[in-house]
Each structure stands twice: as structure tokens, then as C-alpha cells.
Write a protein that binds this ligand. Structure first.
Ligand SMILES: Cc1cc2nc3c(=O)[nH]c(=O)nc-3n(C[C@H](O)[C@H](O)[C@H](O)COP(=O)(O)OP(=O)(O)OC[C@H]3O[C@@H](n4cnc5c(N)ncnc54)[C@H](O)[C@@H]3O)c2cc1C
Length: 489
């Protein structure tokens, strides 16, 4: 456990930012650990966002958001290639439908030029519709930025953590940090259930809760503003409705409601932007759905309510400054990342480099590891293989012949691989492999996934949870059923 090791750096929070910081640290000869309160990494805002790698024209020139968004965007090709994470530069379009919106859109074009966004162009409505035939006839002007992309955000965080661990970092889950103290021997980080971790430097990447953690370090941190965003996923049948991510001109509070192709091949619509007085309301609502539908149908009229197969909501760690906030305490030995709202996913790799620089300036010795391996073993995505490749994979491992999730064609081989890479829960398997993400939403495959998890982890199916302690899927009554021999569960 952590108590035995004195870490050079302890990262708190296993979202895309914390895992990017951890992986960056794992390039150096030092001991780094990540503490995450959930059962797996990536379950905060990281798994509940739009998955857009923004081009960088949305943010004010000179702001951290603008600089780190454009810098992060540039890092994505190499990062996702090394980690075998789905990433597509599908391009983004901001669309205008009135003379007022056209004026705002031209301002964003200028802002993008100042921010260094490459290859942007302005298109009239007809030219845009030649690229995107399903765009509304009302659209008159479009700002197109081909550098915008889409990524699988949860997979990215999981891959960053996996690669960091392969390079010697320690990842602890189900560790909720409850106190941080500092003495002659550095920091002592104490979890809610009494575990302790010692370290010389601390990076607070706790997302929506980073203000609470900063206060544990004695900092008079500004309160973050929880801002909920609901998103709705459409059936894969509509996967080619648009290729670009379609933005309206933004509102003062958010980038507006969008039509978003996902890296997995669905179309997603959303998000809303609703400020909350508390941090834990991730419910979707009829009002949110209606707002999203009526707005996105104005951008792409073919969108229909009956194509919605799933919904979720994420909560942004809204910044009271309107920009990312980098604070330090303990003479720079604790770095606090506050207000990492959108474009936090895009900026994450660049934020990690910035944090590294802050730690270096605070005295952390950074000597590169000669044997750092930036690559993680390739993930077999069975559905995407040619027939010949499928045959070869099955010959090597017959578990790939057993399709467990029929909607998404996910095999037992992929599920076992996900578990060997760190999945511990049904949701962990789902977000890594997509088993359970199709039209039936796990109605068919969940019992199989439970059984495979139990077998691979060497535990009873009764211990398998949906998303960590307290979300066990089988009740004690299931014991009789399980004892009775087989189960299809
Ligand atoms: C609806 C929505 C849409 C968005 N769309 C985009 C987009 O398209 N593109 C983009 O660039 N950005 C987008 N964002 C923003 C992006 O999702 C975030 O900026 C990014 O995920 C922040 O990552 P993070 O690691 O800072 O936070 P999180 O992913 O929230 O990670 C913080 C982690 O800290 C853990 N934690 C908290 N407290 C403790 C504790 N006490 N002890 C231990 N662990 C703790 C949490 O469990 C969590 O896993 C969107 C956000 C939302 C909500």
C-alpha cells in the first residue's frame, strides 16, 4: 500500500487531467502515484463529455484555455497513436443563421487566427452543405476548422493510466482523499477510510472537487461552479448524418448545443448548460431533452426523438475566472488545477506538460527514464477487423469467436482483455469495450459480463458491481440460483 512508499509526486484525481499528469511523470526517474476515489479512473467529467478535441477558436487570445487548447490539440495525433485510442480529425463547423450570428462568427474566426488555429476557412451556406448535405437550409455562413477532432475520452484516461502504470507509476482506486497535511517529511495524504500516502509533491487534479482539496492544503480557493450538461446519443444507424462536429455560435455560458459525431460512430446531441447549487446531480431531464432536440433540429433537421438510444449528464467544474486556474501552495510543492472545464479534455496533454514545468520550477528533479515505453499494447477491436483478420484473431484466441454484446459486436476476448488492462466493474468493461452501449443498453449482455468479470477476477458474481461498492448487481437471492449450477448469468 501507499504507506510503505514515499512518493515523489502524488496525483489526486484520475480524470483525463490526472492520468495525463501521471503518464507525463512516468517518463522520469521518480516514484509517482495516483489516488482516485471511484472504482476506476475516468469516471468524473472525463466519461461524461462531448469528446471533442477543440480547434481552439472559442477562447480568448492569451488565456490559458486558448493556449493549452491549441497546444493540446496538436499533441493528440501522437498521443492517441502511441496509446491506441480512437481519435479522428473530423473537423468542426460553427454555423450562423442570421446577420447578427454571422458577425459573431466572423469574430470567432479572427480569434482563431490570433490563437494560431490552422487552416480555418469561411464558407457560405451552399458550400458548407456540399460538405455536409444534412445541414439546415437556413445556415448562411460557416467557420470550418479541419484541425478539430473527436476522441474516446474514457478510453484515453484509461489508456493514460495503463501506460503510466506500465512505466512504473502506482494507481490506487477507491481512495477518497479526506485530508492533506504537511510536515518535515513532506505531505501526508489521508483517505476517508484511514489509509495514508506520503509524498514530496502533490498535484490536485480532483476536477469538480479540486476547490475542496485546495482548501485542505490551506489555500483560500475560489468555489467552482457546478454546471450540468445533458447529452443524448443517437442510434448508430444515423452515424453518417454529419461528419463534422456542428456548433452554433456560442452563448455567454457555453459553446451552445451541438451535433457531435463520436469516435465510436454514433451521433450525439447536446450538451445543456445548467448551473447547479450542488455537485452531485447528474440526472437527465425531459426539459433538457426538449431543449436539445428543438435546438439541434434547427441545425440538422433530420434529427429525430425516436433515434435516441441513451442519455447521460456530466458536470463541468465551472471556473469563476472564466479560465483554467493554476494555484500553488507549500512553496509550489502542491499544484492545484481549478476550473478545468471545457476545453479541459483537449488541453489535458498540454496541461500535463505545464504542471511538469511548475513542479520542475518548484525543485522536482526530472531525469528521463531511458526505458520509458510510450506505447501501450494494441487493443483488438473485433468489429473493425476484416474477415481474414477476424479468422486469424480467433485462431490465436477462441474467446474472440464468442460475441457477448450483440448490439455492438463485442466479443469475450475483448472483455477479458479489458479486465486484464484494469476494468473491475460492469461499467469499466462497458466504457472500455462498448459492451452494453448499443440499442438494448446491456439488457442482453450484462449477465455474461458479470460472469466473465467474476471468473477473471476470481471472485463470486455477487461481488461484481456496476460502478463500485454499493452497486452490486446480484442480491443474496441470486446465491440459490448460482448454486443451482449454471447460470447464464
Ligand atoms: C457535458 C460536458 C461536455 C464537455 N465537452 C468537452 C469537449 O467536448 N471537449 C473538451 O475539451 N472538454 C469538454 N468538457 C470538459 C472536460 O470533460 C473536462 O475539462 C475534463 O474531463 C476535466 O478532466 P479532469 O481530470 O480535470 O476532471 P474529472 O474527469 O472530473 O476527474 C477528476 C477526478 O477526481 C476524482 N476525485 C474527486 N475528488 C476526489 C478525492 N477527494 N479523492 C480522490 N479522487 C477524487 C473524481 O472521482 C474524478 O475521477 C466537457 C465537460 C462536460 C461536463
Amino acid at each position: 500500500m501507499g504507506a510503505a512508499t514515499h512518493y515523489d509526486v502524488i496525483v489526486i484525481g484520475g480524470g483525463v487531467v490526472g492520468t495525463a499528469v501521471l503518464r507525463t511523470l512516468s517518463r522520469y526517474q521518480l516514484k509517482a502515484a495516483l489516488l482516485e476515489k471511484a472504482a476506476e479512473v475516468g469516471w468524473g467529467a472525463t466519461k461524461a463529455n462531448s469528446g471533442i478535441v477543440h480547434a481552439g477558436f472559442h477562447n480568448k487570445p492569451g488565456s490559458w484555455m486558448a493556449r493549452l487548447c491549441v497546444a493540446g490539440n496538436r499533441m493528440y495525433d501522437q498521443l492517441c497513436e502511441e496509446l491506441d485510442v480512437p481519435f479522428i480529425r473530423n473537423g468542426v463547423m460553427m454555423v450562423a443563421r442570421t446577420p447578427e450570428e454571422e458577425k459573431i462568427l466572423r469574430d470567432f474566426y479572427q480569434q482563431g487566427l490570433e490563437n494560431g488555429v490552422p487552416d480555418m476557412e469561411l464558407l457560405d451556406g451552399d458550400a458548407a452543405r456540399r460538405l455536409e448535405p444534412n445541414l439546415s437550409e437556413e445556415i448562411t455562413l460557416v467557420l470550418r476548422a479541419p484541425s478539430g477532432g473527436i476522441v474516446a475520452p474514457f478510453e484515453l484516461a484509461a489508456a493514460l493510466a495503463e501506460n503510466a502504470a506500465a512505466n512504473g507509476a502506482d494507481v490506487y482506486t477507491e481512495v477518497e482523499v479526506a485530508a492533506i497535511s504537511h510536515g518535515d517529511d513532506g505531505f501526508i495524504v489521508t483517505s476517508k477510510d484511514g489509509g495514508t500516502w506520503k509524498g514530496t509533491y502533490v498535484v490536485n487534479a480532483a476536477g469538480l472537487f479540486a476547490d475542496d482539496l485546495a482548501r485542505m492544503c490551506g489555500l483560500d480557493a475560489p468555489s467552482l461552479i457546478p454546471r450540468k450538461g445533458e447529452e443524448y446519443i443517437l442510434d448508430q444507424r444515423l452515424g453518417d448524418l454529419v461528419k463534422h462536429t456542428i456548433f452554433p455560435v456560442p452563448t455567454p455560458k457555453s459553446k451552445g448545443i451541438l451535433v457531435i459525431p463520436t469516435a465510436e460512430g454514433n451521433i450525439m446531441i447536446g450538451p445543456t448548460a445548467l448551473e447547479l447549487p450542488y455537485k452531485d446531480d447528474a440526472a437527465t431531464t425531459a426539459a433538457g431533452l426538449n431543449e436539445i432536440l428543438s435546438f439541434t433540429q434547427g441545425l440538422v433537421p433530420k434529427i429525430s426523438r425516436r433515434d435516441i438510444i441513451a442519455s447521460f449528464a456530466g458536470i463541468r467544474a465551472g471556473s469563476p475566472a472564466g479560465d483554467f486556474i493554476f494555484e500553488t501552495s507549500h512553496t509550489g510543492k502542491a499544484v492545484h488545477l481549478l476550473g478545468i472545464e471545457s476545453p479541459g479534455l483537449t488541453a489535458a496533454p498540454a496541461i500535463a506538460e505545464h504542471v511538469l514545468q511548475m513542479l520542475r520550477e518548484a525543485g522536482l528533479p526530472l531525469e528521463e527514464k531511458p526505458d520509458f515505453n510510450p506505447r501501450r499494447p494494441e487493443v483488438i477491436r473485433f468489429k473493425q477487423l476484416s474477415d481474414g483478420e477476424k479468422e486469424a484473431v480467433i485462431k490465436e484466441n477462441p474467446l474472440y469467436a464468442h460475441v457477448v454484446c450483440r448490439c455492438e459486436t463485442i466479443t469475450e476476448g475483448e472483455i477479458v482483455d479489458a479486465i486484464r488492462r484494469g476494468a473491475r466493474t460492469v461499467d469499466g468493461v462497458k466504457f472500455r469495450t462498448r459492451a452494453g452501449m448499443g440499442r438494448c443498453q446491456g439488457g442482453f449482455c450484462t449477465p455474461y459480463v458479470v460472469r466473465i468479470l467474476a471468473r477473471e477476477l476470481g471472485v463470486s458474481p455477487l461481488e461484481i458491481t456496476k460502478r463500485g461498492k454499493g452497486s452490486e448487481l446480484l442480491t443474496a437471492d441470486a446465491k440459490l440460483y448460482l448454486k443451482g449450477g449454471e447460470t447464464d448469468a
